[in-house]
Design a protein around this ligand. Structure first.
Ligand SMILES: Cc1ncc(COP(=O)(O)O)c(C=O)c1O
Length: 406
């Protein structure tokens, strides 16, 4: 294994203390001690409401919060920290985006294009927007490995397309999408382009300037940070033209009786008291990632995923879904066990101390396209080792026996 990753389970108190094999990091990652300690330290010594107080404790909390905005901008190579909006998570980011883009840029008859491989959070906000504005929602088809069919881009993304939103990596099946091709086509027709980075930003270098995407959404809790914190990156010149999603305290400049003016971006999009401690904890998670090095994380997880793919695929009665080429696969293995419902697989494995997800993974249109009612999903992070995969495979051999099959 990549020996640059020196962090192990011992840095993650929960999985260490419980002695479990945690293979559900695509749903949420466990937190390292330094994030847990940072949350406690903040609450013990720096907590106050931000942007409001003239006293030093509030100024300290404000500085800590804004410091994290800079860290996020650095992580994804944004031009400026003003392009980083803190949200509750990827779902909240897409709701904000679809609402604000809808108010500002989408008219009746305009087309919005997403793919069949999206998480529900990158589907339902666009459905609602299409209904509200009389726009047309279209889908990019995917092949049997859940890969967007690049040859179809020209047919689906046309001069009528105003907005395109696709995931970088499928959470359900793990397939890495050819987003550069999608961006190139969106640019050709002058459409805006948003990327779902929930399953990419935690695992690989994502550079928004190099990609030239207009928007990017992701969640802190999938990258060692707290729940209830997410990010919407947006190009500043676009954010400045967009209507706010929510209105109220903090996001204003002046409030009159019947009209008000708004604060500059990103504050315009952060109405009310935000999740200050969550953002501070997210800052520690980014420090943790930077200490490890995102390229080292990528290499480590790639090797682990390759090992898992080969071992699980070799088992009898098991079918692994998604990309066969390991370079087209994120840190996810989604599979079916012959004759056994995925929920039963996950329940049997729980008896062996293995935590796996089973179901449609909030991607019902994709599952329908692939003809899969549901799957069992193992997903990896830097606290996993080859021994975890070995234990998973040994336990998987027992699943059918538990349920009375040979
Ligand atoms: C690809 C993808 N998009 C969006 C989401 C939604 O993220 P959240 O639940 O943090 O809002 C997830 C969560 O699993 C995801 O994997």
């Amino acid at each position: 294994m990549n020996d640059k990753i020196t962090w192990g389970k011992s840095q993650f108190p929960l999985i260490n203390n419980k002695e479990i094999v945690y293979l559900d990091s695509a749903a949420t990652t466990q937190k390292p001690s330094m994030v847990i300690a940072r949350l406690a330290e903040y609450n013990e010594s720096s907590h106050a409401n931000i942007h409001r107080g003239a006293y030093s404790l509030s100024i300290e909390a404000t500085d800590l919060y804004d410091e994290v905005r800079k860290k996020v901008a650095g992580l994804i190579s944004a031009k400026s920290k003003d392009e980083i909006i803190f949200t509750k998570g990827t779902t909240d980011s897409f709701n904000l985006l679809a609402f604000s883009v809808g108010e500002s840029f989408i008219n009746e008859g305009d087309e919005i294009v997403i793919s069949l491989a999206e998480h529900h959070s990158n589907i339902l906000p666009w459905q609602a927007l299409a209904r509200r504005r009389g726009a047309v929602l279209k889908y990019l088809p995917v092949d049997d490995e859940a890969r967007i069919i690049v040859d179809e881009l020209e047919n689906i993304i046309t001069e009528k397309t105003k907005f395109v939103s696709v995931t970088m990596v499928s959470n359900a099946i793990g397939t890495v999408q050819a987003v550069r091709e999608v961006i190139r086509r969106a640019r050709e027709v002058g459409a805006f382009i948003a990327l779902d980075g929930a399953q990419s930003v935690p695992h690989m270098k994502v550079d928004v300037q190099d990609l030239d995407c207009d928007f990017l959404a992701f969640s802190a809790h999938k990258m060692f940070g707290p729940t209830g914190v997410g990010v919407l990156y947006g190009k500043k010149e676009l954010l400045e033209q967009m209507e706010p999603y929510q209105t109220g305290g903090d996001m204003i400049e002046y409030v009159e009786l019947f009209e008000s003016s708004y604060a500059p971006v990103p504050t315009k999009f952060e109405a009310g008291t935000p999740n200050i401690e969550g953002v501070v904890g997210f800052g520690a998670a980014i420090d943790f990632i930077n200490e490890l090095g995102i390229e080292n994380i990528y290499d480590f997880e790639k090797e682990l995923t390759k090992y898992a793919y080969e071992k699980i695929s070799a088992l009898d009665h098991i079918m692994v879904h998604g990309a066969r080429n390991i370079d087209d696969r994120g840190s996810v293995i989604s599979f079916s066990v012959e004759d056994v419902h995925p929920h039963d697989v996950a329940t049997v494995l729980d008896n062996y101390g293995i935590c796996l997800r089973a179901g449609h993974h909030c991607a019902q249109p994709l599952m329908k396209r692939l003809g899969l009612p549901s799957t069992t999903r193992a997903s990896f992070s830097i606290y996993n080792k080859k021994e975890d995969i070995d234990k998973l495979c040994e336990s998987l051999k027992e699943v059918r026996r538990w349920l009375g099959y040979s």
